[in-house]
Design a protein around this ligand. Sequence first.
Ligand SMILES: Nc1nc2c(c(=O)[nH]1)N[C@H]1C(S)=C(S)[C@@H](COP(=O)(O)OP(=O)(O)OC[C@H]3O[C@@H](n4cnc5c(=O)[nH]c(N)nc54)[C@H](O)[C@@H]3O)O[C@H]1N2
Ligand SMILES: Nc1nc2c(c(=O)[nH]1)N[C@H]1C(S)=C(S)[C@@H](COP(=O)(O)OP(=O)(O)OC[C@H]3O[C@@H](n4cnc5c(=O)[nH]c(N)nc54)[C@H](O)[C@@H]3O)O[C@H]1N2
Ligand code: SF4
Ligand SMILES: [Mo]
Length: 699
Amino acid sequence: MSMIHARTCHICEANCGVLVEVEGREILSIKGNPDHVLSRGHICPKATAIADLQDDPDRLHKPVKKVDGQWQEIGWEQAFSEIAAKLLDLKGQGAKPAMYMGNPAAHDYGISTQISTLRRAIGLKNIYSASTLDQIPHHVVQYHMYGHVSLAAVPDIDRSQYLLIIGGNPAASNGSIWTVPDFKKRVKEMRARDGRLVVVDPRRTETAKLADDHHFVKPGTDTALLIGILKSIFDSGLADTSRLDAILDDSWSAIAPAVAGFDIDELSAHCGISVEVIQEMAAQLAADQPAAIYGRMGVSVCEFGTLNQWLIQIINIASGNLDRVGGTMVPEPALDTINLVGRGSVRTTDTVRGTMPSVMSELPMVTFADEMLREDDERIRSLFVVTGNPVLSAPDGAKLDRALERLDLMVSFDMYVTATSRHADYILPPCGPLEKDHYPFFFGPLAIRNYASYSPAIFARQDGEKTDWEIIAELAREILAQDGQDVPNIREPRDVLDGMLQSSPAGLTLAAVEAAPNGIDLGPLRPCMAERLRTEDKKILCAHPDFLAELQRFAASLDDEQLDTLRLIGRRHVRQNNSWLHNSKRLLKGPDRCTLMIHPDDARARDLSDGGMATVTSRVNSVEIPVEVSDDVMPGVVSIPHGFGHGRKGISLSVAREKPGVSINDLTDSARFDPLSGNAVLNAVAVKVEKLETLVAAE
Ligand SMILES: Nc1nc2c(c(=O)[nH]1)N[C@H]1C(S)=C(S)[C@@H](COP(=O)(O)OP(=O)(O)OC[C@H]3O[C@@H](n4cnc5c(=O)[nH]c(N)nc54)[C@H](O)[C@@H]3O)O[C@H]1N2
Ligand SMILES: Nc1nc2c(c(=O)[nH]1)N[C@H]1C(S)=C(S)[C@@H](COP(=O)(O)OP(=O)(O)OC[C@H]3O[C@@H](n4cnc5c(=O)[nH]c(N)nc54)[C@H](O)[C@@H]3O)O[C@H]1N2
Ligand code: SF4
Ligand SMILES: [Mo]
């Protein structure tokens, strides 16, 4: 007899409610849950692929060890004991260990409850993670302005009348640092109440196609647009901070003078958006209506990423939209991480490249490969990769490929042999996705409504399989034991979760949340910034000196000569998730998605045709890739999706291998970063594109 289990999908930040119908261990269907309090029935194609992940024949079920270049299955005890012994031996020789944590770790609350013990056991003060490829600028801004790295204000889309999205594509990504399932329908609802969506993006994206207006912007130049909007708000006397005056610190008065000297025509010429459009955006944001500006990857992973995210907050303040119904507000989730974890940190640290920012004890990924390639005693010699694939996700992946080969010990926590884990000495695979429970630990605090939703495991684990958190906890214990240190008891994630829920203001218990399979709705967001601020004086620190200085650096860069080369940007597709889920047949079907998108004028100038091949060359490398001619990208811009490159030797993803694609990160450059956050620059990469003459086989 079949059974239907309500659950939330753990793949992306939207955390949609799904209904999984099973018979025994067979998955009959995965559908949207119409009664889920947040997602209202919405799902995307990736949810159904959870079944492919669960049943994937390529998925590892036991630890494997590389012996003479071949993978051998071994038992857990042997794996833990050998890894611990090797690590301690290396540490005894003074060899430096490191850890990289990838994106899926953020979607597994169990990992969050155990990872600090493993870090302590290994002896790590700092780690690397996907955050410095993604979102560290947001954390720097939130830390300085609001006093906590995680205090994020999200657009209240359900009550907004004007939404300006810059460098985000939620119609494909389903939202980021903004848990907004069912985005497309919410846009339709907004437009039905005469609200407007405006998108700024170098590509006419899926989100742009839903919008009332879309404006192309030259990659990497949004700072000019943002300054232009802010300046227009001030110059036209539209700034209204009356609702926020009690919580703005004195430095607010420094903002208008800091942008006064910019010339609007020069800003417009720099970003390619007309003065009229910039002024109209300012007028709409500051009009007598709830409105918001939101920016994501396109304005975060660039040279002025932190400055951009600061300007976005400042525009929301100046236009009277921060902490406003229908503007942006800080959620008050059932599990309130703001109250439960410290405010984080923004420091500097010594790296192979000199002093760099270190945010939340994270080291910048742009230095990762070089830290393995350096020749002194500080060289990283052992590495733990937890749910990550940096060879495909970090800049200059080919260099990282070489660097990983130098390690004396590498352990991957992954269920596949990937571009990264193929370099490992040991791979420790977790159980299937439906064999673990799920709570959106990091995403409740970013959601458009306050809510709680817990998903128990659907299937029992198969013999000898472990969850990621068990693997992490048990390895940590083994290292501590072999090292003669105290071995702490394991605190089960469920107990930690229960404790955190109970000590949050909503005061829920895990039992209560578990008893509500469609989630518990705690209502819409409300203006509460005054209560949420974690700065010492309980005011928003408006003009941190670093941000003002960065404005000056940007002003100086306006005089730099603009390079006349094509600019490469990335893209995401709704049927893919970063570098994984490429092994699902149902997601991979359809035309090849790893193409170089290029505008017809640029294609013509290079004699490129749709379906032909091109060579794309950046400062660091070159790739060969099929061409897709499309006026969806603006002239002067080319786009390649990230996450491909599964043709590398030794990868065991048999489905992904059918359409391996090339990695955009073989072109991105680890020399470039945002100096205020250390975040990588993954867009606006200068590239040369040439026709690749392919030999046609004679008949
Ligand atoms: N050029 C360019 N590069 C980018 C981006 C871009 O837009 N452009 N985006 C960046 C962003 S935003 C991110 S977040 C990073 C992502 O960077 P990473 O997190 O390094 O890469 P992923 O592709 O998400 O790889 C996740 C790995 O974890 C494994 N995995 C999946 N689920 C689980 C699990 O439950 N347990 C375990 N143990 N393993 C699991 C998968 O098999 C895969 O190997 O990429 C970044 N790189
Ligand atoms: N389907 C799917 N969903 C995902 C993921 C996935 O891989 N696939 N990954 C998840 C992860 S880890 C994350 S972090 C989020 C990311 O979520 P988003 O940020 O919404 O996703 P992106 O597609 O990276 O959107 C960035 C947009 O910026 C544009 N862009 C590039 N350069 C510039 C620029 O210089 N200026 C401006 N204005 N725009 C620019 C790109 O064309 C792109 O449309 O998505 C998450 N959801
Ligand atoms: S949008 Fe994200 S959370 Fe929702 S079904 Fe798709 S992958 Fe899962
Ligand atoms: Mo991400």
